[in-house]
Design a protein around this ligand. Structure first.
Ligand code: GUN
Length: 286
């Protein structure tokens, strides 16, 4: 029977560590890490995320700045705000909540963020540096998955890792991180032939598709580690992952639940990235 990886507990540990480091940074260097979160429009899910991020900042002892812009904000005005935040020495991290309204190019906006303040790890400089192995920032959800794996004591060198999903935010970066830790990595997607044959080879299976309970027991090897990144709401209102948890858990050695697995790690790693940003800007890189 599987060990259920407790993401809430591990995220709390990390947030405690970050808070302690922030206290020390303030005491020793007089620096308070600052995060600016930019929200354009009224998307209800984005509003919830932005509120959670601000609350986490306050709890960590950070400076939290929220910029809530109307849905019809011009792209040029958003770019101007990004430039101001790039120049603002009290702000170490900048996060523009996605998705943006259709008339604004997310690519242009992300590229305008100073890579040294890109705590989302979405800037092309950081994406490219992840490929070569030395990014300033790794996107928060994949970084959180790697923390869950390492803090659970799961070894990666030589393991077969299969990632289902190829998004820029999760699938592609987690594949690169697993590869950097010497796993043998396969990325699957909607055109993969005989998906079950590939997933059944996995010692480590990462499900990041966004399809409720699509990974079933037949697709998983006995003793595998299963990490579920999906967050899907069923018609009855229940929140489930991409993995059919009850049946798959029977076969796994370790599994993450939804909710309470990967989800809480994302904000914990955003706090860690913001702390890292403050420390590196302090040491003269800005
Ligand atoms: N929208 C959904 N997930 C994310 C994220 O990790 N960062 C940003 N900026 N927007 C998102």
């Amino acid at each position: 029977m599987a060990v259920i990886i407790d993401g809430n507990k591990i995220a709390q540990e990390i947030r405690g560590e970050v808070r302690a480091e922030a206290v020390a940074l303030k005491k020793n260097k007089g620096i308070i890490p600052g995060l600016a979160v930019v929200l354009v429009g009224e998307d209800p899910a984005s509003k919830v995320y932005v509120t959670k991020k601000a609350k986490a900042c306050t709890e960590a002892g950070f400076l939290s700045r929220q910029h809530k812009l109307s849905v019809d904000t011009a792209e040029a005005d958003l770019l101007k705000l990004i430039n101001e935040l790039n120049a603002d020495r009290s702000i170490h991290g900048i996060l523009v909540q996605l998705p943006l309204p259709k008339h604004i190019s997310a690519d242009k906006v992300i590229a305008a963020i100073d890579p040294r303040k890109d705590v989302d790890g979405f800037h092309p400089y950081n994406v490219g540096s992840l490929l070569t192995g030395s990014p300033l920032f790794v996107p928060c959800t994949p970084r959180g998955i790697m923390e869950l794996i390492s803090r659970t004591g799961i070894s990666l060198p030589g393991k077969e890792a299969v990632v289902v999903g190829r998004s820029n935010i999760v699938g592609k970066p987690i594949a690169l991180l697993l590869l950097a830790q010497h796993a043998t990595v396969t990325i699957c997607h909607s055109k993969t032939k005989d998906l079950a044959a590939v997933t059944s080879r996995a010692d480590i299976l990462i499900a990041a598709v966004g399809k409720a309970q699509m990974i079933t027991e037949k697709m998983v090897k006995q003793g595998a580690v299963v990490i579920d990144v999906g967050v899907n709401r069923l018609d009855n209102g229940k929140l489930v992952g991409d993995v059919a948890f009850a049946e798959v858990a029977e076969k796994t050695s370790y599994i993450t639940p939804v909710p309470g697995g990967v989800g809480p790690m994302t904000i914990a790693m955003l706090m860690k990235n913001t702390l890292d940003a403050a420390c590196s800007q302090l040491s003269g890189h800005s």
